[in-house]
Design a protein around this ligand. Structure first.
Ligand SMILES: Nc1ncnc2c1ncn2[C@@H]1O[C@H](COP(=O)(O)OP(=O)(O)O)[C@@H](O)[C@H]1O
Ligand SMILES: [Mg+2]
Length: 588
């Protein structure tokens, strides 16, 4: 109840008014009482003087004594009806006469303090309450002197009741006025404080709505005082807050968009290793569904990357790298601590799919191993044949000739291998200078066939060539394309047993020129097909080597076709034959 400013203000107003009225009333009453009393004393004094003068003139005996006389009585009764009692005494304080015979009997002595003082010639007064009537009276004892000799004493007693009555009335008036003032103050205070508390209540209400997230709060500024400034400031703050929050949420959305769309996985853990954020990429990499993110997710994570909570990097430690495998995907996790004021508050795990990278790395190693192996085999042969020759085989002409032929063959093989490797390396490093121009593929094919038909005939193979109508031109490097066809055709000849057939076909297919080289040879097992374009990959290594192959022909062919924005694929059935299909964009 007393918490409300309104009540406080009204209470303060009322207390202030009460205090003011009390102070004013107190001083007013005091001074009024003093004034009236003063007036009464003055009145008594004047009367005393008058009566004394009268008595001295009329009733003084030759012995300088006041005479008892009925006229005194008459006179004093007339003098002042305002004076309650008038007593005339001789100089010894013995009553001569009075206005009340029963109270002040003639001949009795009055011994009140002021009368006693008067017997010594000194005027004295006092205010006292009459013990019988319980009423207050003003007593004045006045010495009557004749030529400085005390001849009698006048004792005047006036009631104070009238004054008290007046004061009481004034007090009542004051009290009513106070009550009225309080009532008016109460009302005014209530109304006035409303003008202060009203806007404050409004601001409080709006602030509560603001806290609930409703930022469209604007209070009408009605005045230019402190309250007006407060509402103005409130409006300003609301605006600022809204703008700042919008900025923050925009930033957050941006961050969210980045996290959602980035290729790397991001997982945020708190200091208890519980997941607080995981982006879709990370979920994908870990093959997670929503419900698997629960309690033992972190355990699973630690199992994948073989890391214990104690191994997590501490504050100020460098991020750690860990490798893990999920199915056939290799993941690299970079674990970095999140720190605030030197304490670890959580961890960020950055996940990268390095399967491809690893595969490339493996391929590179394999390639180096393959190259070394492929080069060592002919070298070993050359070396052993040369040694045998030096050991005396040279003397036998026919053996020597045979050995030297083998050495020559092996040297040729090495040359082929090195040439193929150089070719591949140039293709890889994009060092090849392409001499592209519009060419007719059908003409080129005919030329290649005519160059190789001798080899085919040697094996008793039938070669059929088929190109209908006008074949589109292609934009290609003639020598390189020749190399491709030679490779594929020689494969067909190599891997087709005697008596088989080879069909070469060129045709227009929409915007493409399609070349097919099909044989009825040994074919390629299904499981080897996907790897057939890999460097050094051969279905049967020994056989390929015997036939003079390097295992690089198809790789080179594919590199060249791809450099022409074309496509090459192999279809085959083991024991039935193989078909190589090349598509090149037509120049139309
Ligand atoms: N026409 C084909 N018939 C059967 N197997 C083939 C044919 N063409 C290629 N191959 C297989 O693909 C492998 C790779 O071919 P290639 O890269 O030309 O190497 P190479 O001919 O030097 O052995 C060959 O070793 C062979 O096993
Ligand atoms: Mg080949």
């Amino acid at each position: 109840m007393f918490k409300s400013i309104q009540v406080k203000l009204v209470t303060i107003y009322i207390l202030l008014i009460l205090l003011a009225m009390e102070v004013v009333g107190f001083y007013l009453m005091q001074s009024l009482e003093k004034y009236h009393e003063g007036k009464l004393t003055e009145n008594l004094m004047i009367n005393a003087q008058l009566i004394s003068d009268f008595l001295l003139v009329r009733h003084l005996t030759s012995e300088r004594k006041l005479l008892p006389s009925a006229t005194i009585e008459e006179y004093i009764k007339q003098v002042a009806p305002t004076i309650k009692y008038i007593v005339v005494m001789d100089e010894k304080a013995t009553v001569i006469t009075s206005t009340d015979e029963t109270k002040f009997r003639k001949g009795s002595r009055i011994l009140t303090p002021e009368v006693m003082k008067a017997t010594f010639g000194k005027q004295a007064d006092d205010i006292r309450e009459d013990p019988e009537t319980k009423k207050s009276y003003k007593y004045l004892a006045y010495p009557i002197k004749y030529n400085d000799t005390l001849v009698g004493i006048l004792y005047l007693i006036a009631s104070l009741e009238d004054i008290y009555e007046t004061l009481k009335n004034i007090r009542i008036i004051l009290l009513t006025a106070t009550l009225l003032a309080l009532l008016i103050t109460g009302f005014l205070g209530y109304a006035l404080s409303r003008t202060i508390t009203g806007p404050i209540q409004e601001v409080t209400k709006r602030a509560a709505l603001l806290a609930k997230g409703d930022f469209d709060q604007k209070i009408e500024v009605k005045s230019n005082d402190e309250i007006g400034k407060l509402t103005d400031m409130f409006n300003f703050l609301t605006g600022q807050l809204k703008a700042t929050l919008e900025e923050i949420s925009e930033e957050k959305e941006k961050m969210e968009a980045i996290l959602t769309n980035m290729a790397d996985g991001v997982i945020a853990l708190n200091s208890e290793w519980k997941v607080i954020h995981i982006n879709p990429a990370a979920q994908n990499m870990l093959r997670l569904e929503g419900e698997q993110l629960g309690e033992n997710f972190t355990e699973k994570l630690m199992e994948i990357f073989k890391i214990h909570p104690e191994d997590f990097p501490k504050a100020e430690q460098a991020p750690q790298e860990k490798l893990g495998k999920v199915k056939d995907v290799t993941l690299k996790a970079i674990i970095a601590p999140l720190t605030a004021e030197g304490k670890v508050t959580g961890y960020i795990l950055l996940l990268q799919d390095i399967t491809k990278q690893q595969r490339l790395e493996e391929m590179r190693k394999e390639f180096v191993a393959n190259v070394s192996h492929e080069l060592r085999t002919p070298l070993t042969t050359i070396k052993s044949y040369a040694e045998t020759l030096l050991d005396g085989a040279m003397d036998d002409q026919s053996v020597a000739r045979e050995f030297i032929r083998v050495i020559n063959d092996e040297a040729d093989r090495m040359t082929r291998l090195v040439n193929d490797l150089l070719e591949l390396s140039r293709l890889d490093n994009k060092e090849v200078k392409w001499n592209k121009r519009p060419i007719r593929i059908d003409y080129l094919l005919r030329e290649v066939i005519s160059k190789m038909i001798v080899n085919a005939r040697k094996k008793g193979l039938r070669v059929e060539y088929d190109a209908h109508g006008e074949i589109f031109q292609v934009f290609a490097d003639r020598d390189k394309m020749e190399q491709v066809f030679q490779n594929i055709l020689s494969n067909a000849i190599k891997y087709t047993p005697e008596g088989g057939s080879i069909f070469v076909k060129a045709e227009n297919k929409e915007n493409w020129v399609q070349i097919s080289i099909k044989d009825t040879g040994i074919g390629i097992p299904e499981e080897d097909l996907p790897r057939i374009f890999e460097r050094f990959y051969r279905v049967d290594k020994t056989r390929s080597r015997e036939l003079g192959g390097t295992g690089l022909g198809l790789s080179i062919a594919r590199e060249i076709v791809q450099a022409h924005e074309g496509d090459i694929k192999v279809q085959s059935k083991q024991g039935q034959g193989t078909e190589v299909i090349i598509k090149l964009p037509a120049l139309v």
